[in-house]
Design a binder for this molecule. Structure first.
Ligand SMILES: Nc1ncnc2c1ncn2[C@@H]1O[C@H](COP(=O)(O)OP(=O)(O)OP(=O)(O)O)[C@@H](O)[C@H]1O
Length: 543
């Protein structure tokens, strides 16, 4: 076993390995080797892999352990040289079977060519992939639309919903969902905008509410169970899920489990983004193994050209080109290395919303100004991390008298919720700002609601939140900002990858500034994260 890995094992990995070692049938050296394998499996699971590739020798060892009995409930499963925890193997196998069945499910074609031509007039000589996505979604049970920011995923899906409602009698019962509250709010806004172009009677048949997946499925915290499952399915004929790259294996399995037989599923997302925080890279696996159900939209209709160029160079691992784009003279490209000190720059940006707050502006205006700009860090701790930037920005704003700290809470403190708190209707990733409340004269934390209003909560009731002058790239998934400042660490570390950088860059609509050393940047672009899973293989076999 290599020592660099040993340092990465957590106490959970050790306790889990010990738990299985005590129950295995092995002795001596074999037992030690078994412990090493389980430690590694547990660590790989925490790193997001659904399973781990093992050697033929290790397969024999696992089989001899008595803890991977085929055809019997056992904690471990060995399949095609991959070692799984039984639970993940079950999620994967069940999901593959269900999605393969969904992908084969067909709906009778209707003569809707004139309507299709109306919604997708397409004058270009090149094929209209949005139209093709719609054609497929009209007759298929499963449609996956993958594309970067501004490629028209939401526009396309709204047209698909319009066509489906126009040609289905009775009309379909539709649900719209996203993995986080923030993503749900963004989808709701975009759907509302796209719906404006539809005829009144069709518009009324497309829902305005977008729910989080946890709310849709009926989360029962603190248990991992949901109210809706195969025996109590969701009542919808069609479910649309946005930001699907954020959905992990377990949640996707529970979601597909809860679909009513005969219903349709449309998944939207960007397969090139960071995979989910938890195990699996479900969207990437699906786009790879279900090409007949997948449409990739490549043309961006909104994205700043310079940002798209940089994002593409990073995604295609053209590291030198990406670096050249950042260092070329001229500011019109919208992407550049940051020329000044990072904290000075961030403070300059954040002083604008603090000035608005000081002038007595209402929460909505303050929040909109705050949300224009965001510092994104690769890491939670260490130089150039979230903790580092939050600390230094607060210090400097204090020095400049833009904030007045007398403890953790002060007027202007922006916070991000770090754990779902259903009792307060707050969810992981929600962002609010602490402001003086005119009614009570006390400090309250204000959060925006999907309908444009806000809610206020006493700071004392917020147990799980952190200051958010900086957030990790992982936490920024599902959000967009006009401008971002991306902070890479001073040295290469395991979190860095081209997927992380691509995700960070594509959060920005107008401007990307980056703080990075050339060597770290190049290494980051050259490193790609491959999540090990058997989902793609199982799906291909189940076809
Ligand atoms: N075929 C098209 N021709 C011209 N403009 C388009 C086309 N498709 C979409 N757009 C426009 O591009 C913009 C982005 O579209 P949309 O919001 O649907 O993209 P998206 O992929 O859902 O973006 P995001 O991932 O950021 O949510 C919108 O202003 C939309 O009106």
């Amino acid at each position: 076993m290599n020592t660099s890995y040993q340092q990465q094992y957590s106490r959970l990995d050790y306790s889990f390995a010990e738990f299985l070692v005590e129950r295995c049938h092995l002795q001596g050296e074999a037992k030690t080797q078994f412990r090493g394998l389980i430690l590694e499996l547990s660590a790989q699971q925490s790193a997001g892999h659904s399973c781990m590739q093992i050697s033929a020798e290790a397969v024999a060892l696992i089989q001899a352990s008595g803890l991977a009995e085929p055809d019997q409930p056992a904690p471990l499963v060995v399949e095609a040289g991959r070692l799984y925890l039984h639970r993940y193997w079950q999620y994967e196998t069940r999901l593959a079977g269900q999605l393969a069945a969904l992908s084969r499910q067909g709906f009778p074609a209707v003569d809707c060519q004139p309507a299709l031509d109306h919604y997708f007039p397409g004058q270009d000589a090149e094929p209209d992939w949005q139209k093709l996505a719609a054609q497929r979604a009209l007759t298929q049970g499963l449609t996956i639309i993958s594309g970067g920011p501004g490629t028209g995923k939401t526009t396309t899906v709204v047209k698909i919903l319009a066509l489906l409602q126009q040609f289905n009698q009775p009309s379909l019962h539709i649900a719209l969902a996203a993995p986080t509250g923030k993503a749900a709010m963004r989808l709701q806004e975009s759907i509302d905008n796209s719906k404006q172009h539809l005829p009144e009677q069709i518009r009324a048949l497309i829902p305005s509410q977008v729910s989080t997946l946890h709310r849709l499925l009926g989360a029962k915290p603190p248990t991992p169970y949901f109210r809706h499952h195969a025996d109590n399915p969701l009542p919808y004929d069609l479910l649309v899920v946005d930001e699907s790259s954020m959905v992990d294996l377990a949640l996707m399995s529970k979601l597909v489990d809860a679909l009513k037989p005969g219903s349709r599923l449309i998944l939207l997302g960007d397969k090139d983004q960071l995979a989910s925080v938890e195990s699996g890279a479900v969207l990437a696996d699906l786009t790879q193994s279900l090409p007949g159900n997948t449409i990739e939209l490549l043309k961006s209709h909104r994205f700043h050209a310079g940002i798209k160029q940089l994002a593409d160079a990073v995604n295609q691992q053209h590291a030198a080109t990406a670096w050249d784009l950042l260092t070329q003279p001229g500011s019109e490209s919208g992407v550049a290395l940051l020329a000044e000190e990072a904290v000075d720059y961030a403070v300059g940006q954040y002083r604008r919303y603090l000035a608005l707050m000081a002038s007595g502006a209402e929460f909505k205006a303050v929040f909109t100004e705050f949300s224009r700009f965001q510092v994104l860090c690769a890491n939670q701790q260490g130089p150039n991390s979230v903790a580092d930037i939050n600390f230094r920005v607060e210090q400097q704003l204090s020095r400049l008298h833009n904030i007045h700290r007398q403890g953790a809470w002060y007027a202007g403190r922006p916070v991000m919720i770090t754990a779902n708190t259903p009792s307060l209707q707050l969810f992981n990733g929600d962002i609010g700002i602490c402001l003086p409340d005119a009614e009570s004269g006390q400090l309250k934390v204000f959060f925006p609601r999907g309908d444009g209003s806000s809610k206020k909560i006493s700071p004392a009731r917020l147990q799980t939140c952190q200051t958010v002058f900086a957030m990790t790239v992982h936490k920024s998934q599902g959000s967009e900002f006009e401008q971002v400042l991306i902070m890479l660490p001073e040295q290469l570390n395991p979190v860095l990858s081209k997927e992380l950088l691509y995700t960070a860059i594509t959060r920005a609509k107008q401007q990307v500034k980056i703080v990075a050393d050339r060597e770290v940047f190049i290494d980051c672009v050259n490193k790609s994260v491959q999540r090990l899973s058997g989902l793609a293989e199982k799906l291909a076999l189940a076809q």
